[in-house]
Ligand binder design. Structure first.
Ligand code: DP6
Length: 319
């Protein structure tokens, strides 16, 4: 095959990945746990072409510079695995509204891993595909997997994501601020590891937290998983804030949503909040409580509801 198209969705971590054990192979310092969403897919076509250079087109515009460099480096790794040298054209359509502030690198590199490996003639199993996506962006390892995924820390061979069973959960995504974030997650992660005195505690506590979260998943204990999710996110933000110079992603509006979620819990609604490297807040709840959460949070921010979604999939290629 010389052309392949794949589609993947973003994921939101319930136990976060924040820090690398090895930057070259993109190995995480700790394992993490996530929900793959059913909204905002990224669709990527990779076509082997008779050219001297790779071409990268993102939402209809040809890209140069760092975005292209990151894709080319990724393709170089695929070519190494495939023993090939030919160049490729990469065409990506991303439906994540930039206003939603969701990381597109997870869905982007999951779709690229599937499309590129197929176009270059590699037939990777799910583990190898997840390991490959990880090299593009750590969180992309998890977007290969449908619904809920655990991504393992460890060596290159050990560090892939795989499915886990979880209690029924939906997610209300609240857009607090659509502006581009001030410090990219990649840079902030590095600064946290280099300068935050809380980073070692983050790493040791998160390794334990992941074990508890997996136990909560196994026993179907939604309330335990919810508490773990919110605490783990706040610990990540505490470690980030401890950096020098300090980085603060959560804004007063983000905190207002955390407060509203705590208030909902006080009223008997099961809901817990999390936030990635930005001000937007995602609230998990059992399906029967999602409407109440969306209504309350909808008064504070634009909201959209996401459910557990599919893993990466090959698609028919148009033309
Ligand atoms: C806060 O996966 O974007 O969303 O591996 O450097 O590309 P790189 O980082 P990335 O970081 C995601 C950070 C996070 C937490 C998470 O998704 O687990």
């Amino acid at each position: 095959m010389t052309v392949a198209t794949a589609r993947a969705h973003p994921n939101i971590a319930l136990v976060k990945y924040w820090g690398k054990a090895d930057a070259a192979s993109n190995l995480p310092a700790t394992g993490s746990l996530s929900m793959t969403l059913d909204i905002f897919p990224t669709t990527t076509t990779v076509r082997i072409v008779d050219r001297d250079l790779d071409r990268v087109v993102f939402n209809g515009a040809e890209r140069e510079g760092t975005v292209r460099d990151r894709v080319v480096r990724f393709l170089d790794h695929v070519r190494l695995l495939a023993g090939r040298e030919d160049r490729a054209e990469v065409i990506t359509e991303n439906t994540v509204p930039s206003a939603a502030g969701l990381a597109s690198s997870a869905s982007g590199f999951a779709a690229l891993a599937q499309a590129a490996s197929t176009a270059y003639g590699l037939a990777l199993d799910d583990r190898s595909l997840s390991r490959l996506a990880r090299r593009g962006s750590g969180s992309a390892a998890r977007s290969v997997i449908p619904r809920f995924a655990v991504w393992h820390a460890g060596s290159d061979e050990q560090s892939f994501a795989e499915p886990v069973q979880a209690p029924p959960i939906e997610m209300v995504i609240a857009t607090v601020d659509a502006r581009e974030k001030a410090v990219s997650s990649r840079d902030a992660m590095q600064r946290t590891a280099m300068t935050s005195p809380f980073y070692p505690a983050w790493v040791t506590s998160t390794a334990q937290t992941l074990e508890s979260a997996l136990e909560a998943c196994r026993s179907g204990d939604l309330e335990r998983l919810g508490r773990i999710t919110e605490t783990n996110a706040l610990r990540m933000h505490a470690a980030i804030q401890g950096s020098d110079p300090s980085i603060r992603y959560l804004t007063p509006r983000s905190w207002a949503i955390f407060d509203a979620v705590a208030q909902l819990r006080g009223e008997g609604v099961l809901a817990w909040a999390t936030a990635d490297a930005g001000p937007n807040v995602c609230v998990i709840s059992p399906p029967e409580h999602t409407a109440a959460v969306a209504e309350r949070i909808g008064a504070l921010a634009d909201v959209v509801i996401a459910r557990p979604g599919p893993g990466v999939r090959l698609q028919e290629t148009d033309a």
